[in-house]
Design a protein around this ligand. Structure first.
Ligand code: IMP
Length: 193
């Protein structure tokens, strides 16, 4: 068994990611390694934030560890909310308020192109850093639709689909998502070791 800590307290994310791992991995989350405090995420870009989280956990528990950081980047808003996606509408990190603010800021914008981008930072057993990236392009629609998923899912329609992430099944989202694509790269790396 290879022990790995996923530096997340988000149960949605743990669920999504667990289904992507093959046998032979014992995956723990932060609670399992007794990290209950909020991990600082103070960088101004996704790579440094992911590295900050992964190092924090690695230094505390000494187990190989990966952390992800995701942003929704909207073309017409010059890449916002980006690294600030979780707290776009304020420190309360409320998905509904974040979406309402985004929709307001998109009023009258013809260019609805956006992408989700995920960075995974992995610190291996030799304390070496590795970075993996995944993205999915799509469009921001004008009104929320769908109940599944989390975050900005109800207003994001992935390229090649006519439904939002929140209307698609979790199986479909898990196949095509930014996080799934970054995870595929990460898994193919650790499986080849
Ligand atoms: P995190 O870095 O994964 O915590 O993501 C930061 C923020 O981006 C989250 O709080 C969500 O608002 C948004 N986000 C991340 N992943 C997704 C997703 O798969 N769907 C919708 N929103 C997401």
């Amino acid at each position: 068994m290879k022990n790995l800590v996923f530096a997340t307290g988000n149960s949605h994310k743990l669920q999504e990611v667990q289904g992507l791992f093959k046998e032979g991995f014992a995956l723990s989350c932060l609670k399992d390694v007794n990290i209950t405090e909020e991990i600082p995420e103070t960088a101004d870009n996704l790579v440094d934030n992911a590295l900050q989280k992964a190092w924090y956990v690695y230094k505390k528990c000494g187990i190989p560890c990966f952390a992800d950081d995701t942003g929704l980047e909207v073309e017409a808003l010059n890449g916002a909310p980006g690294v600030y996606s979780a707290r776009y509408a304020g420190e309360q990190k409320d998905s509904r308020l974040n979406m309402l603010l985004l929709l307001k800021n998109m009023t009258g914008k013809e260019n609805r192109n956006a992408r989700f981008r995920t960075i995974i930072a992995y610190i291996d057993e030799n304390a070496q850093e590795h970075i993996f990236e995944g993205e999915i392009r799509g469009k921001i629609i004008e009104n929320m639709a769908g109940e599944n998923g989390f975050g900005y899912d109800p207003i994001f329609v992935p390229e090649g689909y006519d439904k939002t992430f929140a209307q698609l099944s979790s199986e479909t989202k898990n196949k095509i998502s930014h996080r799934a694509r970054a995870m595929e790269k990460f898994l193919s790396y650790i499986n080849s070791k």
